[in-house]
Design a protein around this ligand. Structure first.
Ligand code: SAM
Length: 280
């Protein structure tokens, strides 16, 4: 019996079901249920929410979420070897855990979820950033999710939460912070995982804002920011040349010095520039 439920400890689960970690699937498991419960608590009040979990593996975070009272958990797992272990969790929490075998990049979870929805995951590193970008760029805002509580390599977590003037500040920070609050809530050393990865990790909690922090067209903002950070060492008047022929005038109209570099420009000014670029 474990510390948080009547199911066996995760080391036993892994042994019983032969779940030796596979690098190709980004498998670095969390086996400490106190830690997975701590991560689950960072997801906020889940008692009245459906929670989408990507990559439950042997189910450490899944058990954390269910023991925190999640109304329902929908877990998408690519590795069929994990399904019997997850079925045991399903049996212990009747009608509260649905597991779908498949690739999270190809499954539309909305078919299975009822709002309000929170997302929580110890993501496979190889698909983590791609999923985050998808969650941050839905067709309409606000998105279907209230919050995202996600594990990343520490370096990626810094890129999501970075402030202007830092090396980590770039497209991901702007994308995340334009329409969400984003904070690092837990930092973890490699030794927290089995097997330990090479780098440290962090849990980032993002809360969707009801509307963007500053008005801008999403596509124009994305184009401007991609061009600006694509050549981050250049002055904006050079890196943004391809965005509009009269870019210097538009930079000035947005209150930005054309000699500035992308790294120094706060989100609010990028949004002003996107508006200036969008003007006929
Ligand atoms: N959540 C578990 C934990 O905390 O111990 C496992 C985390 S492990 C870092 C990532 C999990 O994602 C693995 O179980 C892996 O099989 C699964 N996975 C990898 N790629 C996936 C994909 N494209 N879609 C769904 N699951 C995936």
């Amino acid at each position: 019996m474990s510390a948080i439920d009547d199911l066996p400890p995760l080391r036993d689960v892994i042994e019983t079901h032969g779940l030796n970690a596979r690098k190709s699937l980004g498998q670095n498991f969390l086996l400490d249920l106190n830690l997975t419960s701590k991560i689950a608590r960072q997801a906020g009040d889940v008692t009245e929410c459906d929670v989408l979990e990507i990559g439950p593996g042997p189910g450490g975070l899944t058990r954390g979420l269910l023991s925190q009272g999640a109304r329902r958990v929908l877990a998408i797992e690519k590795d069929a070897r994990c399904l019997p272990a997850l079925a045991e969790i399903s049996d212990a929490y009747p009608d509260r855990l649905q597991v779908i075998e498949g690739d999270a990049l190809e499954i539309d979870p909305l078919e299975y979820l009822t709002p309000p929805i929170r997302v929580a995951a110890n993501l496979p590193y190889n698909v983590g950033t791609e999923l985050l970008v998808r969650w941050l760029t839905p067709k309409e805002w606000p998105p279907y999710w209230k919050s995202l509580t996600l594990m990343f390599q520490l370096e990626v977590a810094h890129r999501i939460t970075a402030a202007p003037g830092s090396k980590a500040y770039g497209r991901l920070a702007i994308l995340a912070q334009w329409r969400a609050d984003a904070h690092i809530v837990i930092q973890l050393p490699p030794s927290a995982f089995t097997p330990p990865p090479k780098v440290s990790s962090a849990v980032v909690h993002l809360t969707a804002l009801p509307e963007p922090r500053f008005p801008a067209d999403a596509k124009v903002l994305s184009r401007v920011v991609a061009a600006a950070f694509g050549q981050r060492r250049k002055m904006l008047r050079a890196s943004l040349k391809g965005v509009a022929p009269d870019i210097e005038d538009r930079l000035i109209a947005a209150g930005i010095k054309p000699t500035e570099r992308a790294e120094q420009v706060p989100l609010e000014e990028f949004c002003a520039l996107a508006r200036a670029v969008a003007q006929k």
